[in-house]
Design a protein around this ligand. Sequence first.
Ligand SMILES: O=C(O)CCC(=O)C(=O)O
Ligand SMILES: [Fe+2]
Length: 324
Amino acid sequence: MSYEFKLPIIDISAFTIDSNSRTEKLKIAKQIYEACRNVGFFYLIGHNVPQEIIDKVLKLGYEFFHLPEEEKIKYSIANEDYARGYQRLGENVTRYKKDWHEALDFYKPIPRTHPLVLKNLPLRGENQWPENPSEFRAVFSEYIDYMLKLGALVMSAIALGLGLDENYFEKFLEESFWVMRVIGYPDLKNIADKDRVGVSCGEHTDYGCLTFLNQDNTKEALQVQTKDGNWINADPLYGSFVVNIGDMLNIWTNDIYKSTLHRVIHKGDSYRVSVPFFYEPNYDAKIEPLEACLQIDPVKHHEPVVYGEHLLKKVSTNFEIIES
Ligand SMILES: O=C(O)CCC(=O)C(=O)O
Ligand SMILES: [Fe+2]
């Protein structure tokens, strides 16, 4: 099944340190280009996000999931927009099978007076912050600020790698409709309802631009499909984020970059926690193949899409089952 394969490790510090030269930046941008073309996944180091806060969000996630069920369901997604909030174990579905995880989801908040809210459209609303653990909101809010900065930075490196101006993507991202999932995975042993349960998280591609995964030290859980169809482990590398590209970069690059299938199968003994941060385009950003990429292959492989519409289609299939 899985064999020894190391995802590339990319040190982004040429972009985080102001004094660094353009030559240095171009070198890193080229590495990112190759990684996105070959596997669509890489480890990111030199990112400047303090390790203390990276560790802390995992710890707070773990503590939240270990609260009694009645405390957790106070934040149920049913209170809000069926997107922001807590999803019980098995509530999320991939391809008609229950995913064996629980999660607390946050999206860019949309003020109640926003046109989206007034029109009663999905994915509107405010986040549901747990009161317990008490530091949860403050720590995660700081983390989100770091991740938004990092997202913009990596996208500037991606722009350079594609031969574009460093700030090319800014207009598509300045109102990033980000998503952050705090996910808890019990192990897959001892499941009563084996027929309806798939794996910990079924195979999928991510919807948007870039995903920054902060995962605990559980090994052999996250798996990534390589071009030859094999599944390899993307084991934790302490101090790094696992970064992958989503469907929007696939479209922008006219398939030069492929959003890569991945899944989670957690059979170990631990209770695994991961926090993927999805750095996404603006809700109303129109995404279509870039001129720079059409110079390489003039055949357009994708029609333009509006990011929010793509997201809605994907999110609406996340809960389709399954009579209880
Ligand atoms: O928990 C993980 O390692 C990955 C989760 C994931 O792929 C997702 O939420 O999109
Ligand atoms: Fe994913």
